[in-house]
Design a protein around this ligand. Structure first.
Ligand code: ADP
Length: 326
């Protein structure tokens, strides 16, 4: 295996709180291990457009507490073509980058896997997404912060909801995964969560109205994952109006505020551990793996597993939520 002297680091796809803590950890661990670091701006696009600068330890000073990503992020269609990736590879090699650390979600790690295989190039991935939808890791960087943001928002909405008698649908992110909706609902003491994982199995709205939601309650708050499979909060509100008239229904879509804010301690520690582990992995001759965390231990998850498999939700949590909402 060729010796690694210089690494490149980039953030790609949807941003997530804690990405900066990860950039800091990767940069400082690499320098600690005697490697040079290059920061690549705007994800894969920056590889193609040559937005690459030397990174020193002071480049990552005072960022651990910042949301977003100082490296910026982007979505890059060109990288999905072989010509685009060839260009990216040539630019990268012109900077003498010997290995990459990619921080991003499902799409970014899919791109990383293809790129690594095509050019036989070492890449380590870090799971950076608020959705927590990568297989092989208990948590992703940004998930805990987003969960806390959702909890705070729902607490506030509850104050107004309880002053009236309403059914509130609060839409949270999670296109394919209900982690934010389900755990957000438990954390905020909501009545129910409507999530994509079980949308094809049961009519969650009918179940909610028939079993869970009682009119005697002052108000009800239901968290809904934004997925087209669930219908989203607007779709469900429409259904209530048509199928269950008599309910005073309201919708609140939390949107992008879920991505923002200073990362929680949990996310900062996770990002710091994973960032350091990415350099350990490279030094250890690991290739094309995502750093994960399982039972508080760092694990290496091959890209193919991390992105291909659907990460299951813990179904016991649904039962817990149901019990606690009586
Ligand atoms: P996320 O990483 O948050 O899931 P995206 O799905 O938008 O975000 O992916 C981010 C970027 O990763 C894309 O803009 C593209 O550059 C790259 N990417 C995604 N899928 C592929 C693919 N199949 N082949 C090559 N690159 C990809």
């Amino acid at each position: 295996m060729a010796e690694i002297k210089t690494i490149g680091i980039l953030t790609s796809g949807g941003d997530a709180p804690g990405m900066n803590a990860a950039i800091r950890a990767v940069t400082r661990s690499a320098i600690f291990s005697g490697l040079k670091v290059k920061g690549i701006y705007r994800g894969y696009r920056g590889l193609i457009t040559n937005e690459i600068v030397d990174f020193h330890t002071q480049n990552v000073s005072n960022i651990i507490q910042m949301g977003g990503t100082i490296l910026k992020t982007a979505r890059c269609k060109e990288f999905q073509t072989l010509e685009g990736r060839k260009l990216a590879y040539d630019v990268m090699r012109s900077h003498e980058i010997d290995a990459l650390v990619v921080i991003g979600g499902d799409g970014s790690l899919t791109g990383a896997r293809i790129f690594a295989n095509e050019f036989n190039f070492p890449i380590i991935g870090l799971p950076g997404t608020i959705d927590n939808d990568l297989f092989g890791t208990d948590s992703t960087i940004g998930y805990d912060t987003a969960l806390n943001t959702i909890m705070d928002c729902v607490d506030k909405i509850r104050d107004t909801a309880t002053s009236h008698e309403r059914l509130f649908f609060i839409e949270v992110m999670g296109r394919d995964a209900g982690f934010l909706a389900l755990n957000g609902a438990i954390a905020a003491g909501a009545e129910a969560a409507i999530i994509p994982e079980i949308s094809t199995e049961v009519d969650q709205l009918a179940e909610l109205i028939q079993n869970g939601f009682r009119k005697s309650k002052n108000s009800s708050i239901v968290l809904v994952a934004e997925s087209p499979v669930t219908g989203g909060a607007m779709g469900l509100a429409e259904r209530v109006k048509n199928e269950y008239p008599g309910y005073d229904v309201r919708v609140s879509i939390l949107g992008h505020l879920q991505r923002g804010g200073s990362p929680t301690a949990v996310d900062r520690i996770l990002a710091s551990r994973m960032g350091a582990a990415a350099i350990d992995a490279l030094m250890d001759d690991q290739r094309n793996v995502m750093i994960g965390i399982k039972n508080d231990e760092i694990v290496y998850v091959p890209f193919t597993r991390a992105i291909k498999k659907d990460k299951p939700i813990n179904r016991n949590l649904l039962e817990t939520l149901r019990r606690l909402s009586i």
